[in-house]
Design a binder for this molecule. Structure first.
Ligand SMILES: [Zn+2]
Length: 81
């Protein structure tokens, strides 16, 4: 039995956390970015729990944007299944 991956439930204090919406397939997480005032899309593993917080390299090229951040699923923004 492979051990299940360990996920954070919270981002470290020094890291930016963005909460976004999962696509209907559960494979893409989309969130609003205040730096470029647009949306970024990151791949998401559908088997990951909805509470998982994972670190990603930034997709943002706006000045002042962090080079990486943590992302997670927003329970408020995501429609219940
Ligand atoms: Zn951005």
């Amino acid at each position: 039995m492979p051990t299940p991956p360990k996920h954070r439930r919270k981002a470290p204090k020094e890291s930016t956390l963005y909460l976004g919406v999962l696509s209907p397939t559960g494979r893409t997480l989309t969130f609003y970015c205040p730096y470029c005032r647009g949306h970024h899309h990151h791949g998401w593993n559908p088997v990951d729990p909805v509470w998982a917080i994972t670190h990603r390299g930034s997709h943002c090229h706006a000045p002042g944007a962090p080079s990486g951040y943590h992302i997670g699923v927003s329970r408020e923004l995501s429609a219940p299944k």
